[in-house]
Structure formats: C-alpha cells, structure tokens
Design a protein. Structure first.
Lengths: 243, 243
DNA sequence: CGCAACATTGAAGCTTCTCAATTAAGGTGG
DNA sequence: CCACCTTAATTGAGAAGCTTCAATGTTGCG
C-alpha cells in the first residue's frame, strides 16, 4: 500500500459546498441551517487529504472522530481471522463516516485512489447537535440513507449468481454517481477488481470473468480497466435479478 | 400463510416498558424523557397484535407508519423478480421498524410466529421529534444500532462457507437475545430453516445440513427444531470466521 | 524503461444448489 | 384425544457454479 504522508490540516476553510452536513443545498430537504449553525460547524471541521490506499483510521482505533467525504472515495472494510477481507461499503462525496455506537472503529477506512474529507471531533459534534437540533435531524437523514445503502448491499450479497451481483453493483454505482450530480453512464470504478470481489463476497477472478462475460454478451463495454459503459441498462437490470 | 385477522387496535395504553422509544429504562442511556414527552408519545401510539406469518405491511405500501416491536419477532424481506426472497433482517422486542427515506416500504414486514407492536403515524412522530429533540436523539441512536446490525449481516453474507454463516447466525441470535434481557444459551429460533436460508443467502437444504453437521461435530445440540443449545461457544466462534 | 501491482484467462476440484424422496412436526376437525 | 392433513425438516444423489492454483498479459508509476 502506498503510504503517502499527505494529511494536510492546513486548509482552515470548510468546503461547505461539498460537505453534506453543512451544505445549504443538501439541507433544503429539511430546512436550511442558520448562519450561526454553519459557522459553528466550520469552526470544528478540519479538512484533510489522503493518498492512494492511505488509511483514515484502522479497525479498533478509538472512534473519536467522524468524517464527511468532500472528494474521492473511501473503502470501509473489516478483516477476518482467516485473512479474508469484507468490504462493508464504498463511500463517495457527500457521504458520512462514523455511524457507530462503539468506542472504537468497527472497520478500517481507506482512501480509494485519493480522497478529501472534513474531519469532526465526535465530542465537538455532539455538543453542536445538542445545541442545534437541525444538525441532528440532518444526521438522522444521513443515517437513514446509510441503512438503505446497507440493505441494498445485503440484497446484492444474498441473491443470485456472480454475474447478477456484478450487474447490480455496476447499476448501483451508476445510480449513486448520478444522484450526487456525476455522470450516469460511463461508470467510473475507482476500486480494484479485488475491492469489488471483497464487496460482493466473490473471488477477484470471478469478478474479472463476469466483466468479460457481460461484455461478450453486449451488456457493457469495458472502455478501460476503470471505465465501463453500460450499453443496455434494461438488460443489465433484468439480468441483475432475473436470470 | 395463515391469515388471521387478529389486529387489535383496542388496547389504548402504550406498553411503555417494552417500547424503546418511550421506555425510560432505554432512555437512561441518553437522559430520560420528561413526563410530557412520554405522554405525547403515548397519545400517538397504537398497540397491535399480529398472528403467525401475518403481514404488518407489504413492500410498496405507502410508508405512512413506523413501528416499535413490543413482543415477538418480525421478518423484513424483499422479493426479487426471479421468485427468490431476501430476508433483510429479523427484528425483535425493542427494535424499530421504519428507517427509510422512501415514500413506500422497501420491504414486507411479517410477524414470525406472532408479534406485538406499537404503531406510530410517521407524521405524528415527525411533529413530536420537532418539538422534543431528545426523541430525535433517541431515534438516531436506534438508527446507528440498525446500521451496525446491517453491517454484521453483510459480513455474515459475504464471508465464509455455509457452516460459518450458520455458526455466525446462531451466535448473533444468542447475543441479541442476551442484550435484550433474554436467555443467552439455549437459542430459540422463531423462524423456519427457509427464513434462515433466505437471510444467509443459502438454500434451505444447506442450512439444514449445516445444523446436522454442527451437531455431529459437537458444537451444538438441537434440542428441538426451534431450540438449539450452543455446547462450545469458542469453537463455534472460531469456526464462524476461521476455518 | 523496468518493475510491481493489477487484471485476464485456463483447468481442476470442491462446495453448494437443485431435484427428489422420506420423515417429523403442528394444527384442525371429528 | 386421536387421526389426518398440511407444512416444515431432513437426507441423498447428481449437476452447476464458484474457488483455487497457475500462468500470462496489461497497466501505471518511479
């Protein structure tokens, strides 16, 4: 793993436009935060950057901080005694890291090909949520979205063949990208085949074979290793929980 | 499915001792609710009972209500086009149903061998959370627990052999029972082998074979179809993510 | 340019699924 | 209370799919 000591706590300004807790745009859903609330959030936030594969925190570290991703992608994973790894989730711009009731992080968080985050001290955030109920309301909304995402993951893992899982994964990535304002169709895959395999509970060779097969069947086009164009959304969707 | 028209909206009193939102005991974790808050919650709650296999709501129904389980177990599941079913979760006394940002329920909720719930109108609850931030704080805690539970489920689904999944499932059931004040060891299984299979992404025959094998290896004793005694916690735990 | 990490492809083996038959359990009505 | 009928659970054998082991090809970074 490339370990670049690239943490930059130097940038003081909170990138509010990309930080979902603070973003006025995101908060339109539930009424916007007052300037005072935004200001208080800015005071406790610290922006950091992480390089390719660099860890934000490790499984078991005391969970004193939470994060809001402002750019890039983060991989949450746990490793099991047998040496295997389960990727619990991929998080993208706008997503929140830190919904856990435990003293220490239940997963390792690593940047997938570079990422920027806003870091909050859990204690600071707790003080602010007590003071400003709207912030807590926003957190509950984000936790609810997290639950939906985990349940989608459960359905992906539990049902169907390897090819169905990979199809569902591609469609989910596409959908999530569109939802955060990115492009829908040439799907960009920041993660490796092994990451995808550990997310879907498959061997990485199997994932690779599924990509090849989906391309041969004309459902996708592998434009490059990390860019996949969906050629037939409906067929892929049917495939992902039909055949 | 046995369809008993057993819904009893007749009982007006809120069983606060078993309703985690309202339970003073549960709220000790985060400071207790004021009598006024409890009273308001009681006003909007309605207690209902459901018989064996009876549905509280179906996938796609407008999600106008949320529930808090006061007795029994509920199975949340989605069915896929190919006819297969994924059980997204089993919920027990104290658990909350309704963390979803969608207009309609993303899953079907059914009683597993009889259950009692407190039903709340989502709109009523929203009014109360606006008025009483402590209630929202409590909801966030419950949502966080839900996320942890979903992630445990993800790890169970993604990793290991069928026997490892079944071992992990038994240990998780035991732990959850102990956590809500029930017995830890002879694990009671309210659900069928098929329910377990659909939860773990296996065929029900495979689940059955795993029970038999775990018994033959001396790790468990099947006291009856629905009661399993764990004879060797450590071996089962090692087994569940080692071998 | 060269090395190291990532990805693809092939073949053999093994786990799980599917299909099928049998046994056990649970609930209903006589 | 027992017999019956339906549902649930167990067990077996064969087929399918995934994983593992192994080799080769590709990409990207220093």
């Amino acid at each position: 793993m490339t370990k670049m000591a690239s943490t930059k706590s130097a940038s003081f300004a909170l990138d509010a436009s990309r930080c979902l807790i603070c973003s006025a745009k995101a908060l339109n859903m539930c009424g916007s935060l007052e300037p005072e609330e935004l200001s208080r959030l800015s005071q406790i936030a610290r922006c950091e950057s992480f390089g390719n594969g660099e860890a934000l925190f490790h499984e078991g570290d005391p969970a004193k901080t939470v994060y809001n991703i402002t750019d890039g992608a983060i991989r949450l994973s746990t490793s099991l005694k047998n040496g295997r790894r389960q990727v619990v989730g991929f998080l993208f711009t706008g997503d929140f890291i830190g919904f856990s009731d435990r003293e220490s992080f239940p997963w390792t968080g690593e940047a997938v090909r570079g990422a920027k985050v806003c870091r909050f001290s859990r204690a600071d955030l707790a003080r602010i949520t007590t003071e400003f109920p709207k912030v807590e309301h926003r957190l509950l909304e984000m936790a609810t979205a997290d639950i939906a995402s985990a349940q989608d993951h459960i359905v992906m893992l539990g049902q169907g063949s390897a090819a169905e899982k990979v199809s569902a994964f591609l469609l989910a990535l596409s959908r999530k990208s569109a939802k955060r304002g990115g492009i829908e169709n040439p799907v960009h895959l920041p993660m490796t085949r092994e990451d995808i395999a550990d997310y879907l509970g498959l061997a990485f060779e199997t994932v690779s074979r599924c990509f090849t097969r989906l391309e041969n069947e004309g459902l996708i086009a592998i434009e490059s290793t990390r860019v996949v164009r969906i050629k037939d959304f409906e067929a892929l969707a049917d495939f992902s929980d039909d055949e």
